[in-house]
Ligand binder design. Structure first.
Ligand code: BF8
Length: 622
């Protein structure tokens, strides 16, 4: 039927039918309304940066070749791309800074006990990297000093980012030679926006090198800080069992969705919902309890650390409302459709915004602040309970049963599962039982059948004995398909399968939210160090088969700048400039030893990746 053309997720197909019945518009409808999309925009040659414009440079030499300021297609494309990387890196880094600010408030005992230190080993690891000096410091002193040091990296100093030291020397040398070693997270981002202003940068290659620098500041800075401090405060993920898809919504319970990205909110909502008082209140109102369910990356955060079930990925955000059984959807920021309040109007669901950065007209706003986090979280859950009586039972339609998943793969939990060191993994890579590893990451994009890009690429690679690590919406696509279960190891090739079976591991390791792509960097860096090479020499690759977000552009850029060959599904908006296309393919290969490729068709993308991995192996002599 028409729904099965839109999404691979069978429960989503059923919910799409429900949504249509309810008169709820979805992203797929809106994409249809937008067609045909603007060719100038698609190829990146439209510039709307200043009041002399908007301008377009015609890549086909039929119209004007320069904007009013004199920028040609190459510059317009490079400037737009730099602006996209900046927006993405800023989104991750602002999130990271918020986590750091809460960590500081906790260290200074200003959160009324809402936040604290759960993983002391990780705190010690960070104290070491940030060279805080002195084993005599108390835990509290260490935390305070660390918070200060980390926050200074967001703006007030330009001495580099401590966490980049995790990268192997061979990789850091490449950055130094190119001048793309980040100086400061905030400073580099401000400079990036400066460079995109009219009359500043006019050399595409120079602009794009700065793009790599801010991307590295995201991966090895802003995002990594979000991951690390999240682990310190809420615990480093351990392997756990949970479930995924729209079927996790529980008809008998008060359902609270947490949607967005920041663990400092979702963790508190989970804690509040666990409290006996609120559970009792829910029962008094006729429910069997409260169920917190995640969506998108904040869902990934609480799945990783607490085994909380997930309703789905980005394109499931409207469909989950069509179950008719969601009392409240609590959001912070990023990847939240601005039309979500209107979608919710078709049902009793209340949309609750929590950040002054991310308000939606018509939503209830309860500002989340460190000093009142616990009470705000309780208030949110209370509102959901009160809303339970507004649910119309005849409109409840939960489309199927949840899929079991295994999640919680951090560098620590992977190392532990391997018996205390990465050696068995390295050995299996050397013998060729495992040919290499690929990080499949990123979003959904309605231009691609939901989840199909992720799932098909994953299956192709697994049968070639390639181990997969995933984050973000890609990991959720795999979860819904059953690939996050040890059972799915039967899809792996003859080398990989016995390795997985002996460890009872799934063939796809869920490593967390998009900011946790930093876990993939950390794993890659650890492997490279063990083997004694740069990251660009490893048999690794990255893929973003259904990406939509500027954040994904930043992630792709730091993967490549770190030495990881990366294949994109949807084409980036660069095809109006042959210079930029050349720079991102051959130019980057020369500069950082890795490049981008674009291939929306999963089998063809798999072929590119397999060929790359085999040639890396050959060069390593394994
Ligand atoms: O940071 S994968 S659609 S939810 S941007 Fe967004 Fe993309 Fe999903 Fe999380 Ni990431």
């Amino acid at each position: 039927d028409k729904y099965s053309d839109l999404t691979e997720d069978e429960l989503a197909q059923k919910s799409l039918a429900e949504a249509e019945k309810a008169g709820m518009e979805t992203a797929w409808d809106r994409l249809q309304d937008q067609k045909p999309q603007c060719g100038f925009g698609e190829t990146g040659v439209c510039c709307n940066r200043c009041a002399m414009g908007p301008c377009q440079a015609d890549p086909f030499e039929e119209g004007p070749e320069r904007g009013v300021c004199g920028a040609d297609a190459d510059l317009i494309v490079a400037r737009n791309l730099l602006a996209d990387i900046t927006a993405g890196a800023a989104a991750h880094s602002d999130h990271g800074r918020e986590v750091a600010e809460i960590f500081q408030a906790a260290a200074q005992d200003e959160t009324g006990g809402s936040y604290g230190i759960k993983d002391e080993d990780r705190l010690a690891e960070l104290a070491d990297i940030f060279d805080l000096g002195g084993k005599d410091l108390t835990r509290e002193e260490t935390a305070k000093k660390l918070a200060q040091r980390i926050l200074s990296e967001f703006g007030t100093h330009r001495d580099g980012l401590a966490l980049t030291e995790r990268a192997p020397a061979e990789t850091r040398e490449i950055w130094d030679e190119l001048g793309i070693t980040p100086d400061s997270i905030g400073g580099d981002l401000v400079e990036a926006m400066h460079r995109t202003h009219m009359g500043v940068g006019a050399e595409p290659a120079n602009m794009l090198l700065h793009g790599l620098k801010i991307a590295l500041g995201d991966g090895w800075g802003g995002s990594m800080i979000a991951t690390e401090l999240g682990d310190v405060m809420f615990g480093t993920p351990e392997i756990n069992q949970s479930s995924m898809n729209l079927g996790v919504i529980d008809e008998d319970k008060v359902n609270v969705i947490v949607h967005g990205h920041n663990s400092v909110l979702s963790e508190m909502v989970v804690q509040a919902a666990e409290s006996e008082g609120l559970q009792n209140m829910a029962e008094e109102r006729g429910a069997e309890g409260i169920k917190v369910v995640g969506l998108c990356c904040t869902g990934n955060e609480i799945l990783m650390r607490r085994g909380i079930p997930m309703a789905g990925n980005m394109l499931n955000q409207e469909l989950v409302l069509a179950t008719g059984a969601v009392e409240a959807a609590v959001i912070d920021y990023q990847c939240i459709f601005p039309s979500l309040v209107e979608s919710a109007d078709c049902y009793h669901t209340e949309i609750i915004t929590t950040s002054h950065k991310s308000k939606i007209p018509g939503a209830v706003h309860l500002e989340f602040a460190p000093e009142s986090a616990e009470s705000t979280a309780r208030e949110i859950v209370k509102r959901a309970i009160e809303n339970f009586s507004e649910r119309s039972s005849n409109r409840v339609n939960i489309p199927g049963e949840p899929q079991p998943v295994t999640a919680g793969f951090s560098l620590q939990s992977i190392t532990e599962a391997l018996g205390g060191s990465l050696d068995p993994l390295i050995e299996a890579i050397k013998t060729g039982d495992i040919r290499g590893a690929v990080g499949i990451v990123g979003c959904n994009n309605p231009k691609i059948k939901q989840d199909k890009g992720h799932i098909e690429l994953a299956k192709e690679l697994l049968q070639e004995d390639i181990l997969l690590v995933e984050t973000g919406c890609a990991a959720v696509a795999s979860g819904k398909e059953g690939l996050l279960s040890p059972k799915a190891s039967e899809l792996a090739g003859p080398g990989l399968r016995p390795v997985l079976e002996s460890l009872e591991m799934p063939p796809v390791l869920h490593m967390g939210a998009c900011v946790d792509c930093s876990r993939i960097l950390k794993l890659a860096a650890a492997l490279a160090r063990e083997i004694g090479v740069g990251i660009h020499q490893l048999p690794l690759a990255g893929a973003a088969p259904e990406w939509y977000a500027q954040k994904a552009v930043a992630i792709g850029s730091y993967f490549v700048a770190s030495g990881v060959y990366t294949v994109l599904g949807p084409p980036p908006k660069i095809f109006g400039s042959s210079e930029v296309v050349d720079l991102l393919s051959s130019g980057l290969e020369e500069a950082v030893g890795a490049n981008f490729a674009v291939e929306p068709e999963p089998k063809a993308a798999a072929k590119l990746i397999i060929d790359h991995i085999e040639s890396q192996r050959e060069e390593l002599g394994i």
